[in-house]
Design a protein around this ligand. Structure first.
Ligand code: IPM
Ligand code: MG
Length: 356
């Protein structure tokens, strides 16, 4: 298993350390043959080399079977031009590796129902897979940028673009994934206003013709944002555009108690990239306060999707469940009467559980 590990910035390195600990444990238990390389990405790479992603690291990513990524970004690099910001590294990796399908599962763990800011009866039983298109839409469309007008004013532009091919391939991923779940897809758009997403709706409907056993519904993104907190159990697979998916997956994360719980898998092209959906949390970085679970669950997704070792993924997910059951809580999911732990202790508890 050839894996490139990119810890990144902020809490990235500390959560990655725990995730690798768990991966090592699983590797020992199942005799997996790990071949891991490390690289710098984001702000860490800017500080060392002046750019957020060196060609050398990109090539390593292309040669690997999977990439594990922590998080990138932080206030230190916010003043930089967009073309050299830490986030650019992430977008370049996604684009260059052709990872157009981003799977973001939001599942409420039983022991955490009362850790959410939402009421138990709203979130209990929630199990959603957000499928976010990752290499198109508003993030990559052109024209884009900020220009100075003759009047002296500035004008900023981003463009929401999709081709039928891009929509079709992500729709197929959604229907395939739904086939292995509760067989319901909600495609989310803003077809009442945005032409590009009207095309999205039309193409998704056409592709659906090939999947008669899957139930398809369409929803406007504003309504979806509302429905997610009103009645999340109505959703199984949510299929959506890049930016909408970015926003809705953060919202879906909070149903599970904390954004620190949600892993993701980016698939479609060569290999796969696995990262938490949360950011680098510079405010708590280096203080052993972060929740490593999203990163650890990303390792589980990697074993399942890139290496077809679903049993190893299950093992990790069960270990996370047991540790939560046993009352271990990082700060973001803290509950009265539970055992408060730091990032390291949480990672160790999960790794011990995997070894059991
Ligand atoms: C995410 C993040 C990234 C995104 C940022 C860091 C570029 O928010 O993975 O959701 O917007 O895709
Ligand atoms: Mg995001």
């Amino acid at each position: 298993m050839k894996i490139l590990v990119l810890p990144g910035d902020g809490i990235g390195p500390e959560i990655m350390k725990e995730a690798v600990k768990v991966l090592d444990k699983v590797a020992k238990k199942y005799s997996l043959d790990l071949e891991m390389e490390y690289g710098l990405v984001g702000g860490a790479s800017i500080d060392a080399h002046g750019v957020p992603l060196r060609d050398e690291v990109l090539n390593l990513a292309k040669e690997s079977e999977a990439v594990l990524l922590g998080a990138v970004g932080g206030p230190k690099w916010e003043g930089l031009d967009y073309s050299v910001r830490p986030e650019r590294a992430l977008l370049t990796l996604r684009k260059e590796l052709g990872l157009f399908a981003n799977l973001r599962p939001a599942k409420v763990y039983g022991p955490l129902v009362d850790a959410s800011t939402l009421k138990r009866d709203v979130i209990e039983g929630t199990d959603i897979m957000v499928i976010r298109e990752l290499t198109g839409g508003l993030y990559f469309g052109t024209p884009k940028g900020v220009e100075r007008l003759e009047s002296g004013e500035e004008r900023g532009v981003n463009t929401l673009v999709y081709t039928t091919g891009e929509i079709e391939r992500i729709a197929r991923v959604a229907f395939d994934v739904a086939g292995k779940r509760s067989k319901r897809v909600t495609s989310v758009d803003k077809a009442n206003v945005l032409e590009a997403t009207e095309l999205w709706r039309r193409v998704v409907t056409e592709v659906h013709g090939d999947y008669p056993d899957i139930e398809l519904s369409h929803m406007y993104v504003d309504n979806c944002a509302m429905q997610l907190v009103r009645y999340p159990r109505q959703f199984d697979v949510i299929l959506t555009e890049n930016t909408f998916g970015d926003i809705l997956s953060d919202e879906a994360a909070m149903l599970t108690g904390s954004i620190g719980m949600l892993p993701s898998a980016s698939l479609g092209g060569k290999g796969g990239m696995y990262e938490p959906i949360h950011g680098s949390a510079p405010d708590i970085a280096g203080r052993d306060m972060a929740n490593p679970i999203a990163m650890i669950l990303s390792v589980a997704m990697m074993l399942r999707y890139s290496f077809d070792r679903g049993e190893c993924g299950d093992d990790i997910e069960n270990a996370v469940g047991s540790v939560l059951e046993n009352g271990y809580r990082t700060r973001d999911i803290s509950q009265p009467g539970m055992k408060s732990v730091g990032c390291k202790e949480m990672g160790e508890a999960i790794s011990k559980e995997v070894g059991a």
